[in-house]
Design a protein around this ligand. Structure first.
Ligand SMILES: Nc1ncnc2c1ncn2[C@@H]1O[C@H](COP(=O)(O)OP(=O)(O)OP(=O)(O)O)[C@@H](O)[C@H]1O
Ligand code: SF4
Ligand SMILES: [Mg+2]
Length: 317
């Protein structure tokens, strides 16, 4: 896979939440990740592994405890006031449940054009036309603008959320579990829509998801997280070459290599440690079948195994 230009560098981002009595919950631990222009960068991991927390730092909603996020030559974690507002123009977010973010009293055309109104980029009299153009981009008829969000299916609401995210012509769209609540067939059509937007408009996507099988179908780069740390980073078309025991367990659960009747899918066993009381050493040690003494004392750092392929494991497969 050719290397597209890096447009965002997440460098050593750590986020710790104080939990009282001097304890901290480390939601992200020294996360380093590069986002390349016009690509799908997928961040995958189980619930609570720190995906949303990391994106809140990217969106400048919640500052990290440590680390930098370099975008357009500036550290976005340090932006404030008008600079922070302008940052929002370039990076937009689509959430799992857009209905929760929509004002039910507003028509779809008002919801879609709200970001444009906020930046003084559209007049009220032009709203219907502009909303119609954006609705067409997400394959909905222009007259959809006259509807209210309650009168739509989940898939249609998610298209409206994407149209709204597109309104400011952003460079990056962050999709946080944006298709997770949808039926498989609707999920499929939304993914196809995002792929079309990526190809036709050159939008860069950061796609947050817990489903490795889904992202394997379209992601250019995949980052696998576990309890706040990156376990493995590799190209999407090389997922079958994953060498971290966690990624391999996830892969085996979705793409069993042996298909004989006797084959039992190797599920992830073992206790997940509490994020407020992490063991020293490797975060994955309690569930790893390859765990050895060194894993219990020394936290593995991300090491380059081959081009664009990194894993944090003392004993990669
Ligand atoms: N404001 C907060 N205060 C304390 N802990 C928090 C806060 N926000 C998140 N956390 C904790 O940080 C960890 C990471 O949470 P986060 O929401 O980033 O996970 P996630 O990977 O997005 O999970 P999901 O797939 O369920 O959305 C979790 O243990 C969560 O409970
Ligand atoms: S470092 Fe050890 S415990 Fe952690 S994933 Fe690798 S082999 Fe397993
Ligand atoms: Mg989340």
């Amino acid at each position: 896979m050719s290397d597209a230009e890096i447009i965002m560098s997440i460098e050593g981002v750590t986020k710790k939440f104080p939990m009282g009595e001097g304890k901290f919950l480390t939601a992200c631990d020294n996360v380093t990740l590069h986002v390349r222009k016009g690509e799908f960068t997928a961040i995958v991991g189980e619930s609570g592994c720190g995906k949303t927390t990391l994106m809140k730092s990217v969106m400048n909603i919640q500052p990290p405890t440590e680390g930098r996020i370099i975008y357009r030559g500036r550290d976005v974690t340090q932006l404030s006031g008008e600079d922070r507002r302008q940052h929002c123009r370039h990076i937009q977010m689509v959430f799992q449940d857009p209905a929760a973010a929509f004002n039910p009293k507003l028509k779809v055309k008002e919801i879609i054009c709200e970001p444009l109104l906020n930046f003084g980029l559209v007049k009220r009299s032009e709203m219907a036309e502009r909303a119609g153009q954006l609705l067409q981009m997400v394959e909905l008829p222009p007259d959809f603008g006259e509807r209210y969000p309650n009168n739509m299916s989940g898939g249609q609401r998610q298209r409206v959320a994407i149209a709204r995210a597109l309104a400011l012509n952003p460079e990056i769209i962050v999709c946080d579990e944006a298709t997770s609540a949808l039926d498989v067939s609707v999920q499929d059509t939304i993914i196809r829509l995002l792929c079309r937007l990526q190809k036709e408009k050159g939008v860069t996507f950061i796609f947050i998801c817990h489903d490795l099988a889904l992202v394997s179908m379209f992601a250019h780069r995949v980052t696998v997280m576990y309890l706040g740390s990156i376990m493995e980073k590799l190209d999407g078309d090389k997922l079958q070459e994953a060498r971290h025991p966690y990624t391999r367990a996830l892969l085996q659960a979705v793409f069993p290599v042996e298909k004989e009747k006797t084959h039992i899918i190797q599920c992830l066993e073992g206790e997940i440690p509490s994020p407020t009381d992490m063991p020293s050493g490797c975060p994955f040690q309690t569930r790893c079948r390859s765990c050895q003494d060194k894993c219990r004392t020394e936290k593995p750092v991300l090491r380059e195994l081959s081009d664009n392929h990194y894993a944090a494991c003392h004993f990669p497969a």
